[in-house]
Design a protein around this ligand. Sequence first.
Ligand SMILES: Cc1ncc(COP(=O)(O)O)c(C=O)c1O
Length: 358
Amino acid sequence: MNKGSAYMHWAKTSSQARFNLATSGLANLSLRALRVSLDDLEITGEDGYGYEPLKQALATRYRVNTDSIVTAAGTSFANHLAMAALVNPGDEVLIEHPAYEPLLALARYLGADVKRFSRRFEDGFQLSPVEIERKVSPRTRLIVITNLHNPSGTVADEKTLQQVRQIASAANARVLVDEVYIETLFADSPSTSFHLGKEFVVTSSLTKAFGLSGLRCGWIFAEPELVRRMWLLNDIFAATPVHPGERLSVLALQQIEGIARRAHTLLDENRRLLNQFLDSRSDLETIRPQFGTIMFPRLKNGGADRLCELLREKYETSVVPGGFFEMPAHFRVGIGGDSESLNAGLDRLGDALDEIKS
Ligand SMILES: Cc1ncc(COP(=O)(O)O)c(C=O)c1O
């Protein structure tokens, strides 16, 4: 697909199932769970370049100056704005493999010359500075990674990110880090690679760890000069943000500790359930991440397409086919839903795996 994302289209039209293990975020939080009154809301705001109280709330949480923040409709639009500001047609963009497909689709849509570097299953999908160094060229303008990694959930440590920064610096390139899953570390002081150096441009949102996708509360952290360029670019995209969304996002950030507690408890229990399931399977190989909402098991024998089809058709259960991540022997399981559904879905996954074997 030249102007679109095959994965996003599939996720919107074909991933639903009675037992949906294809989602990558936490179960949606309902509006009723937020303390909000009508007086807190307004339809139209005055800040064309981002609602000040929202930028302030993000600045405080992530220890970033407000002039280093662009707000955007979700990480999706943050990625678009960031890449559009950083990449010109023909520029070389180096993207991890396997990758979240919309990032690839976006770079191609912007006319980038897309090159890849591997994150190997055999290495636990860790970022390899050696591999990045091997693939970077004097034409590379941008290196794109996700942290935590989608689809594997692997976390990159600070030392590795510093090595990536040095490679980017030597090539006069930037590093776009999509950190949409990083809040699932539930750290007291949430981390962001933005603090590691000016090469880093970071995108994220309240979507994955908190079940707040519908707020579309996304952001970019970048150097002030880049931020100014992104806001000016936004004048020809969204022009002004959705103000009720900005207001609700501020309220959500004020209540984020309680929201995070609910998420953390749910994910701990669900990770236990998934690990228990994986312990019982000799037909799957998996890197088991400590954090996040997703895992990316591999079938020992053969591709996962037939498994995904059978699961949907006979067992009313969905997972994401690894083909969307260019690794068809794998499938992605999401653990952000309620524990009962996850358990039922895993039972069915087990049945489908047994059926395929026999
Ligand atoms: C790596 C990555 N980036 C961005 C997104 C989209 O996030 P948002 O809902 O904030 O637009 C997703 C959702 O699956 C994702 O996995």
